[in-house]
Ligand binder design. Structure first.
Ligand code: AMP
Length: 224
C-alpha cells in the first residue's frame, strides 16, 4: 500500500476544520469534508442539499444512505488517488464499515484514525463563539480568534455569520449525537489498531505539530 488514507474525527468544535486547513498546506492529500460538501449542496439548492438541510439545522446526522453515496463517489476522484484526509466521515459504525468496504474494493485501507479529543464544556465554549464567513467558510471566534473588523472576514472581506447549527440548543444536540453515534468509532478503530489520540485542548499550533508528527511517522512506516 502506498497511499495515506486518514480519518480525522472528534466532537464538533474539536478544531478538525482548522487543523485540516493547515494539513492541506503540509501534505499533498485530498481534503474531504462531508460537512463542507453538504453545505455546498445546500447553497446550490441541489436535491441532496434540500434533503440534508433539515437534519443539519437540527444537529442530527444526515441518513447514512445519502452520506455514504456522496462520500464514496468523492473518494474516487483523481485528487484522492494518492491519499486523503476525511473530516466528518465516517460518523457512524455503518459508515465506517461502508468506507472499509469501498476502500477494500479499491485495494486500499484506512491508514489511521486521528481522534482530536476535547471535553464537552470546551466544545460549547468554542462553538457558541464561532463565526464563519459566508464566502469561503473561514473560521473565527469572537473571543479567541476575532477578525480585525467585527463581522468581516480578514481573508476575503465577506460577512461573518453564526452557523445555524452553532446555536446553543443545536450544539447540545450535536454533542448528544456525537456521544451516541460517533464515539463508538473510538473502540472500532482501536480494535483495528488504527486509533491515534490527539489532545485537542492544547493550542492549535501544538495540535498541528502533534498531528504532523503522527503523519510523518505513519509515512515512514508506510514508506511513502
Ligand atoms: P460538520 O461540518 O462536519 O460538523 O457537519 C455539519 C452537519 O452535516 C452535521 O451536523 C450533520 O448534520 C451533517 N453531516 C456531515 N457529515 C456527516 C456524516 N458523515 N454523517 C451524517 N451527517 C453528516
Amino acid at each position: 500500500m502506498s497511499e495515506l488514507d486518514l480519518i480525522l474525527f472528534g466532537p464538533p468544535g474539536a478544531g478538525k476544520g482548522t487543523q485540516a486547513d493547515r494539513l492541506r498546506d503540509d501534505f499533498q492529500l485530498a481534503f474531504i469534508s462531508t460537512g463542507d460538501m453538504l453545505r455546498a449542496n445546500v447553497k446550490q439548492g441541489t436535491q441532496l442539499g434540500l434533503e440534508a438541510k433539515k437534519y443539519m439545522d437540527a444537529g442530527e446526522l444526515v441518513p447514512d444512505a445519502l452520506i455514504v453515496a456522496m462520500a464514496v463517489e468523492r473518494l474516487q476522484e483523481e485528487d484522492a488517488r494518492d491519499g486523503f484526509i476525511l473530516d466528518g466521515f465516517p460518523r457512524t459504525i455503518e459508515q465506517a464499515k461502508a468506507l472499509e468496504k469501498q476502500l477494500h474494493d479499491l485495494g486500499r485501507r484506512v491508514t489511521a484514525a486521528l481522534l482530536i479529543d476535547v471535553p464537552d464544556v470546551e466544545v460549547i465554549r468554542r462553538l457558541s463563539g464561532r463565526r464563519v464567513c459566508v464566502k469561503e467558510g473561514h473560521n473565527y471566534h469572537i473571543d479567541f480568534d476575532p477578525p480585525r473588523r467585527e463581522g468581516v472576514c480578514d481573508q476575503d472581506g465577506s460577512q461573518l455569520v453564526q452557523r445555524d447549527d452553532d446555536k446553543p440548543e443545536v450544539i447540545e444536540n450535536r454533542l448528544r449525537v456525537y456521544h451516541e453515534n460517533t464515539e463508538p468509532l473510538i473502540e472500532y478503530y482501536d480494535d483495528h489498531g488504527l486509533m491515534r489520540r490527539i489532545d485537542g485542548t492544547r493550542p492549535a499550533d501544538d495540535v498541528h505539530d502533534h498531528i504532523r508528527a503522527v503523519i510523518a511517522t505513519l509515512r515512514l512506516e508506510e514508506n511513502v
